[in-house]
Design a protein around this ligand. Structure first.
Ligand SMILES: *[C@@H]1O[C@H](CO)[C@@H](O)[C@H](O)[C@H]1NC(C)=O
Ligand SMILES: *[C@@H]1O[C@H](CO)[C@@H](O)[C@H](O)[C@H]1NC(C)=O
Ligand SMILES: *[C@@H]1O[C@H](CO)[C@@H](O)[C@H](O)[C@H]1NC(C)=O
Ligand SMILES: *[C@@H]1O[C@H](CO)[C@@H](O)[C@H](O)[C@H]1NC(C)=O
Ligand SMILES: *[C@@H]1O[C@H](CO)[C@@H](O)[C@H](O)[C@H]1NC(C)=O
Ligand SMILES: *[C@@H]1O[C@H](CO)[C@@H](O)[C@H](O)[C@H]1NC(C)=O
Ligand SMILES: *[C@@H]1O[C@H](CO)[C@@H](O)[C@H](O)[C@H]1NC(C)=O
Ligand SMILES: *[C@@H]1O[C@H](CO)[C@@H](O)[C@H](O)[C@H]1NC(C)=O
Ligand SMILES: *[C@@H]1O[C@H](CO)[C@@H](O)[C@H](O)[C@H]1NC(C)=O
Ligand SMILES: *[C@@H]1O[C@H](CO)[C@@H](O)[C@H](O)[C@H]1NC(C)=O
Length: 793
């Protein structure tokens, strides 16, 4: 009964039998199954346009096989439909057969039917099963292709494809349901489903456990769903709603049929994806609810959800996953269980958790104290909160959300725990421990507590914009995941290596792994929390950090255009136009001025050089690695003064050993400004063993405009603004004056570059030649080489 024989007898030109006997994975190269034929083992159907493929597959590390449809050309396995969701197959000796009664039947290895299309037709002998290029598997009359008996589009699993419909049959009352997989290895229907409003209104619901609606699209107004603005007609989707006596349903198409897009219910969210060929990835177009934590009970009982961290679910302190295996597969619905069961009575205590969100109820109880004792008195009470009214929860706590500091509406929740599970319990008489501990999101528990306090106290005083997107404490293992186990190295230097990563929301990040870091946990926390409050358009944003054991990592936004040195000195890079250069010089000055003068604690960068100026899309400069000097303390200056490449930017006071002030940055900035103008390293101009130090050359010619112009980067080909060149030359030369007092502040530099104030011609810094000679001599005993910054690949 092999399909190949049948095919041959039917004179179809398909299957190369030889290949099959060689055991090579073989596609049927056909989109059709005829009566009596079957599909087994490695055989597949391919839709006519080659978009979809149908066959047996094994999801992830699962032990089971399923019959499904997936994208043939998408290298990321993406299953859009599964026949036997709840009836897994043990091996591929199973068969999909088009039986004589015109039904597709799935037989397991013992030839027992486990799934069938269950349809009836008046002409069963002429039925064919066709995999269409829309991803629809259709049973239709062989002589009249518009006579469709059964189609997979009417029985969707978790995915809704273009041309498919989602709605209900008003006569039979049968509703089409999209239901999430239980987990990525088990396609059985999970807890989250999406259905149309059963009362006949044109609206979708996301439903938990078949009963509880937790999201509504809003009623279709002919143009849009009120709660899904992305599905507007101007977008590339075309939605239509059909409602008559028999049925009502939605269907959609996309303008460009070559675009692969799918809507899928996944982990409690409805998500629309589009395949992007360039990146070879699914791009998320939108998701609803927006916040994955708004999916009902996504983390189960006693789990907390934090959208900023992967995985989004964590167990509350004192709890552990009820099923580590499911938890591992991102199925958190089983929730968490107590490590130690409650004593019930006065042996229990409370853990204070600030910044939590949970739907509240209101009890009329007088005071916080009474609220607490109301909870302690009732054995089934598992938590309370008191904020005006008293809320008491019994049994499993669900929908707990860990909010970030930016979200203003968190409440304090007191979780009841057995005393032995309470953290750092000190006194036996204390019933309530007011130790701030947030579990969901920490590398180290105590660590975040202190940072919360620090940032929080700053927040109350400082402007609220300063804490936009507060620092996220990451777990080391999460950073391992998002950086693909630190596989993509962006750069390495004396203070550590930098790796590229990608967060769950696709934001690119750069993870800096600090090395040789001797500072203790406490100092690290304090410094990092200060850095978290430093935000400026010309500073690289610090997103978060990790401090676990001896590991110290900082997580930054990744800057796709790399660092300035690549664009200035790189052999293969496009010439930076003068306008860009000036914009970069000005932006960098602004970032530094902010560090020096505007943020709460003056931060001296100490390592300004082109490698530490990163460029984002649009060449907006962002100063990187600020704050490292303070973080590393003495180690920093020790390493810095011995690093090759940094020397040319170091102010003389670094070498003479007097205290470093922000004027050291001004000096380095001046040196860099010369390089921005010349397009060459100040120090790389050595010829015949003699240093021709660019800044000295410029400084000595400032009186002669033409000569200065002749020193500019020849790659500019004479395209520049003369007034800007004069300003830049003058200010750069002021910046590199030997005496700190003679150097301007960064704020002053900004004003000069902005053209707000004029600056005179500076004295020629004569000490420079001396310095250059010294540098030449010391050149060979520099120990640490390489870039110490976030350099793009
Ligand atoms: C199916 O494919 C796998 C790997 O491609 C191969 O090891 C196996 O022998 C094939 N089975 C059959 C029945 O062709
Ligand atoms: C599948 O299981 C059946 C029954 O256990 C066995 O006879 C058959 O050889 C198996 N097929 C494969 C491909 O493992
Ligand atoms: C097919 O019909 C039979 C009997 O009517 C029923 O038991 C079975 O669940 C149906 N199967 C499917 C896949 O609908
Ligand atoms: C084919 O089927 C469609 C839908 O059932 C029907 O409207 C049409 O008349 C049929 N055409 C022929 C030639 O039978
Ligand atoms: C879902 O609902 C069923 C009954 O409606 C109940 O037995 C089951 O425990 C619920 N599942 C969860 C995870 O609460
Ligand atoms: C997709 O990209 C691959 C290379 O990444 C290329 O060979 C192929 O032609 C592209 N396909 C389309 C449809 O652009
Ligand atoms: C969870 O997954 C990791 C790797 O993905 C594995 O090492 C670990 O054993 C798994 N734990 C459980 C309980 O399955
Ligand atoms: C304890 O709390 C539960 C749930 O709120 C409530 O049903 C029960 O009556 C309470 N028991 C006492 C003794 O108050
Ligand atoms: C709870 O009660 C307090 C005091 O009566 C009131 O201010 C608050 O708005 C109520 N909250 C809710 C959610 O009903
Ligand atoms: C409070 O937090 C909840 C949960 O994150 C959110 O749904 C709600 O919109 C917030 N309210 C305000 C006023 O920010």
């Amino acid at each position: 009964m092999g399909i190949q024989n049948k095919l041959c007898s039917l004179c179809h030109i398909y299957l190369p039998i030889i290949l099959l006997s060689l055991g090579i994975h073989v596609a049927l190269a056909s989109d059709t199954i005829f009566t009596g034929q079957s599909l087994t083992g490695n055989q597949t159907l391919t839709s006519q346009g080659g978009t979809f493929e149908l066959g047996f597959f094994k999801p992830g590390n699962s032990a089971y096989y399923y019959l499904g449809i997936w994208y043939k050309q998408v290298p990321v396995p993406t299953v859009v439909w599964v026949a036997n969701r709840e009836e897994p197959l043990l091996n591929t000796s199973s068969e999909l057969q088009l039986s004589e009664d015109g039904n597709l039947v799935l037989l397991n290895q013992f030839k027992i039917p486990i799934w069938s299309t269950n349809s009836s037709s008046s002409t069963p002998n002429s039925i064919v099963a066709v995999l269409l290029d829309t991803g629809n598997l259709a049973l239709r009359d062989g002589s009249n292709s518009s006579e469709i008996i059964w189609q997979s589009f009417e029985h969707p699993t978790d995915t809704w494809l273009p041309h498919g419909s989602l709605g209900m049959n008003k006569v039979t009352g049968k509703v089409q349901v999209l239901s999430s997989w239980i987990n990525q290895e088990n396609p059985s229907p999970g807890l989250f489903t999406e259905v149309i409003n059963k009362d006949g209104a044109g609206e979708f619901y996301l439903v938990w456990n078949r009963t509880q609606i937790y999201w509504r699209s809003g009623i279709w107004n002919g143009q849009i769903f009120p709660n899904v603005a992305e599905m507007t007609p101007s977008y590339f989707f075309k939605f239509s709603y059909v409602s008559n006596e028999k049925e009502n349903y939605f269907t959609y198409t996309v303008d460009d049929s070559s675009v692969l897009t799918r809507y899928v219910v996944e982990y409690g969210q409805g998500k629309q994806f589009m395949w992007v060929n360039d990146t070879q990835k699914w791009l998320l177009l939108f998701s609803r609810p927006n916040d994955p934590c708004d999916a009902n009970s996504i983390c189960g009982s006693f789990g907390t959800c934090n959208k900023k961290i992967l995985p989004i679910c964590e167990c509350l302190y004192g709890f552990e996953p009820s099923s580590p295996k499911d938890w591992n597969l991102s199925d958190w619905s089983g929730g968490c269980v107590r490590k130690t069961s409650l004593q019930c009575g006065h042996e229990d205590g409370f853990l204070k958790m600030p910044d939590m969100y949970m739907p509240t109820q209101n009890l009329t109880v007088g005071s916080a104290k009474e609220c607490e004792s109301a909870c302690i008195r009732n054995c089934s009470c598992s938590a309370y909160s008191y904020g005006g009214g008293c809320s008491i929860w019994s049994g499993g706590l669900q929908n707990l959300k860990q909010l970030s500091l930016g979200d203003n509406n968190g409440t304090v929740i007191y979780i009841r725990l057995a005393t032995s599970d309470l953290p750092t319990f000190k006194g036996k008489n204390k019933k309530v421990l007011t130790i701030v501990i947030v579990v969901a999101s920490v590398c180290s528990l105590a660590l975040l507590g202190i940072i919360l306090l620090l940032i929080w106290s700053k927040r109350l005083v400082g402007p609220s914009s300063a804490v936009q997107g507060s620092l996220v404490p990451y777990k080391y293992k999460d950073l391992q995941i998002v950086t693909n186990n630190f596989s993509a190295k962006l750069g390495a230097g004396c203070f550590g290596s930098v790796f590229k990563g990608e967060l769950s929301d696709s934001s690119p990040i750069a993870v800096k792994m600090l090395e040789g870091f001797r500072q203790g946990e406490k100092e690290f926390r304090a410094e990092v929390s200060t850095l978290g409050t430093v935000q400026h358009v010309n500073l690289v944003r610090l997103r978060g950090f990790c401090s676990e054991g001896t590991k110290r990592l900082l997580v930054y936004d990744h800057m796709p255009f790399g660092s300035l040195d690549i664009h200035l000195f790189g052999k293969n890079s496009k010439t930076l136009e003068w306008k860009m250069r000036y914009q970069i010089a000005l932006g960098t000055a602004r970032g530094l001025a902010y560090l020096h003068e505007e943020c709460r604690n003056c931060i001296i960068h100490c390592d300004i050089k082109p490698e530490n100026i990163l460029l984002d899309v649009g060449f907006c400069p962002k100063v990187a690695d600020f704050g490292l000097a303070k973080l590393f303390g003495h180690d920093f200056s020790r390493v810095l003064t011995t690093v090759r490449g940094t020397r040319g930017y170091l102010a003389p006071e670094w070498i003479s050993g007097v205290a470093i002030t922000s004027k050291a940055d001004v000096y380095s900035y001046g040196m860099m400004l010369f390089e921005i103008m010349s397009g060459r390293r100040n120090l790389d101009l050595a010829k015949d063993g003699k240093f021709d130090f660019f800044p000295t050359t410029v400084a000595s010619r400032l009186n002669n405009h033409e000569e200065v112009i002749s020193l500019l980067d020849s790659k500019l080909e004479g395209n520049f603004d003369e007034d800007q060149v004069t300003r830049a030359c003058n200010i750069a030369c002021w910046c590199i004056q030997e005496g700190e007092m003679n150097r301007p502040s960064m704020g002053y530099v900004v004003q000069v570059l902005e053209g707000v104030i004029e600056v005179g011609i500076p004295p020629v810094p004569l000490y420079l030649q001396n310095l250059v000679d010294n540098l030449g001599r010391e050149r060979d005993d520099m120990e640490c080489s390489g870039e110490s910054s976030l350099v793009t690949e």
